[in-house]
Design a protein around this ligand. Sequence first.
Ligand code: SF4
Ligand code: SF4
Ligand code: SF4
Length: 281
Amino acid sequence: MGGKEKKEITPRRRFFTDMAHHIGLGAMGVLLLGGYATKAKSSPLTLRPPAALPEDDFLKTCIKCGLCAQACANRPQNRDVNGKQLPGTIKMAKAGDKATIGTPFFTPRDVPCYMCDDIPCVPACPTEALDITKVTNPKTGELDIRQMKMGVAVVDVHSCIAYWGLQCDACYRACPLLDEAIKLKYDRNSRTGKHAFLKPEVNTDICTGCGLCEKACVTEKPAIYVLPTEVALGKVGEHYVKGWDTKDQQRIKKRNLKDITTHDERSKKKPLDYLNNGLGL
Ligand code: SF4
Ligand code: SF4
Ligand code: SF4
C-alpha cells in the first residue's frame, strides 16, 4: 500500500484533539495556564493516584482535567450487582479536602486502589503527570501494577488487636500481594503462656500503598494505614553502607572511604568509645 503510515494516536494527542472539539482552543489555553500556574501545596499526607510525579512536579504538570478519576470510576469492575456504577478510587479535590483544589487524590479508608492489571487511570493522563514509565516493566515493556508506589502501609502496634494477642488477619487477607507485602510474624504470648501472637508486618519494599489493608482493618480508626513514602520512611544517608550487600558496596566504590561508615566498623566500637569521643576525653 502506498501513502504515509498512519501515526499512532497517543492519549496526550487524543486529549488535546478532544478538548479542542469540546471547548475550543481559547478555553483550552486558559485551562492549561490555570493548571501550570498553580503554586498551592497539598497536605504532605495527600495520596496521589498511581505513578504520580513527585509532588512539586505533579502540581506543575497536572491540568486538573479529571480524566484519571473518570477512567478509574468507569473501569468495568467498578459496578455493583445491578450494574450501577460505584464511586471510584480517585477523587478530584474540592474546597475543604486536604489536597490542592481540582487535583486528584485518594483516601484508602473510603475507597482504596484495587491495583487494576491494566491501570486505566495512568494512560488516561494527557500530560504525563501520571508517568506510565513508573509502572512499566523495563524488560517486557508491559504494565506492571507491582511497581506502583502510592505510599506505604504502616502498622500502629498499639491499636492493632493482633498485637494484643487477639486473632485478626483482616489486613493480611485483604492484601493483593498476599504474604509478600504483609507477613504475619509468629511470637509466643508470654502473658498467657499458651497462645501465640500473629503480628502483621509490612515489607516496605513490596507494599504499593494501595490501601486495601487500611480499608479492611477492623478497628474503629484503622490500625494499619497508608502514608506517603517520604512521610512514612526514614533515610539513612549516603555515607552508611550495608556491609553485607554487594550492590550497596558498589555504590560507594568511587567515593572517599573516609566519609563512609560501615556496619562492621561500627560494630568494632565499644559503647565507651562513643562516650569518650562525645566528651572529648
Ligand atoms: S489502578 Fe487504582 S486508581 Fe487506577 S484505575 Fe485501578 S483502582 Fe483506580
Ligand atoms: S489525568 Fe493527569 S492531568 Fe488530568 S487530573 Fe489526572 S493527573 Fe491531572
Ligand atoms: S497498602 Fe496494604 S494491602 Fe496494599 S500492598 Fe501495601 S500492605 Fe498490601
